[in-house]
Design a protein around this ligand. Structure first.
Ligand code: F0G
Length: 360
């Protein structure tokens, strides 16, 4: 039994804790996050022109369905270790669900502030199911983040947005996992960018592994939605809009670091339209990987650059980070299709509809 327990995967703190810059008082609170699949995507690579290797890091397979769990286990473990009784975050949905789950795991209070009307159903349901106190404000994610920052500075309630440095420490582990599986860093990493914590973490993680293990460094392609692209436009966006509600953010907290990661890595930050995002969501699903719209943005950006002739990937290895599961946002799919047709529960009717009749 003991051996079995030792061999069992025990979450990102157990696996990579020694590589994370965290205080000694940290008390692990885990749901066995991380260790997500790196899925080879040969057909999609072919559809995009071929000649390169493509892998999807499917972060939707984390316990609450998004990459946020990697950072949240560390942020909540640190907070619990110093005796915090309550945590707070602003969120477009995934951070809320993750904070709610890890706070519940630790028996602590979670307060989540969400922007008006734009949080996908699966995320809101998660936050409620895990028992968070959910407050909607008559404002944007950016307004919510300013408010929770202010509150956390004046009350004993810990901020667990990615302004919290332990979130970034935890999210580095995805870069470690990719290098551990592939044996080195990929040539390119593409991912969606919202508040810009994740791109910052990946770059920190790859650099740390390069220093320690000489695994090389990827070029990073960060992708925003065209209606919410402050890092591409070079100024904040007052009223961000996009179908990819997870990245509907006009003033990214880690914007400077994101730009630095793109530049240092020899990559870039770009924007794609909502149509490109939804088309890539469908293209991924056609290869068996259903992700939420924001999570398709990274690959939509890669496709955009390939079509424009701005990327030569011949012989290269590309990892696309798909940050959240398709189940998070069922409405976006349901909206695109008409309801299934209703038939009588009779064999003849089904045979006719499915096989066009003509039984042998
Ligand atoms: N993809 C998904 C599915 C997300 O939920 C987010 C961020 C991102 C990408 C962008 O990551 O902010 O580190 O650049 N969601 C946050 C939230 C803002 O509140 O759940 P980032």
């Amino acid at each position: 039994m003991e051996n079995h327990l030792k061999l069992t995967y025990s979450g990102v703190l157990a696996k990579y804790g020694e590589l994370l810059d965290i205080p000694a008082h940290t008390q692990p609170v885990t749901l066995l996050e991380g260790n997500t699949p790196l899925i080879p995507m040969p057909r999609l690579a072919q559809e995009l022109g071929g000649g390169f290797e493509l892998w999807v890091k499917f972060e939707g397979m984390n316990p609450t369905g998004s990459f946020k769990d990697r950072g949240m286990t560390v942020a909540i473990s640190e907070a619990v270790g110093r005796g915090v009784q309550a945590v707070i975050c602003a969120s477009t949905g995934n951070t809320a669900a993750s904070a709610a789950a890890y706070a519940a795991r630790a028996g602590r209070r979670a307060v989540v502030i969400i922007p008006q009307g734009k949080v996908a159903a699966g995320k809101l349901a998660g936050a409620v199911a895990y028992g968070a106190e959910v407050i909607q404000i008559d404002g944007s994610f950016d307004d919510a983040l300013n408010l929770v920052l202010e509150i956390s500075q004046h009350y004993p309630i810990a901020l667990v947005n990615s302004l919290n440095p332990y979130r970034l420490e935890g999210q580095k582990t995805a870069a470690f996992e990719i290098c551990d599986v592939l044996g080195s860093a990929p040539d390119w990493l593409c991912l969606p960018v919202g508040n810009a914590g994740n791109i910052t973490s990946y770059w920190m993680g790859f650099k740390q592994y390069q220093d320690l293990r000489h695994t090389g460094l990827p070029h990073i392609l960060g992708v925003q939605a065209a209606g919410s692209a402050p890092l591409v436009l070079g100024h904040p966006v007052e009223h961000p809009e996009t179908v990819a509600t997870a990245i509907r953010i006009g003033r990214p907290a880690r914007g400077e670091q994101a730009l630095q990661a793109a530049e240092e890595s020899g990559g870039r930050i770009m924007a794609v339209s909502d149509d490109e995002i939804l088309a890539m969501q469908r293209q991924l699903a056609a290869s068996g990987v259903w992700v939420e719209p924001a999570s398709a943005a990274g690959l939509a950006g890669l496709k955009h650059e390939l079509l424009a002739g701005r990327l030569d990937l011949k012989g290269q290895r590309v990892v696309a980070v798909c940050t959240g599961h398709g189940l998070k946002d069922p409405d976006i799919i349901v909206r695109q299709f008409t309801a299934p047709k209703m038939l009588p529960a009779e064999l003849a009717a089904l045979e006719d509809a499915i096989m066009g009749g003509g039984r042998k």
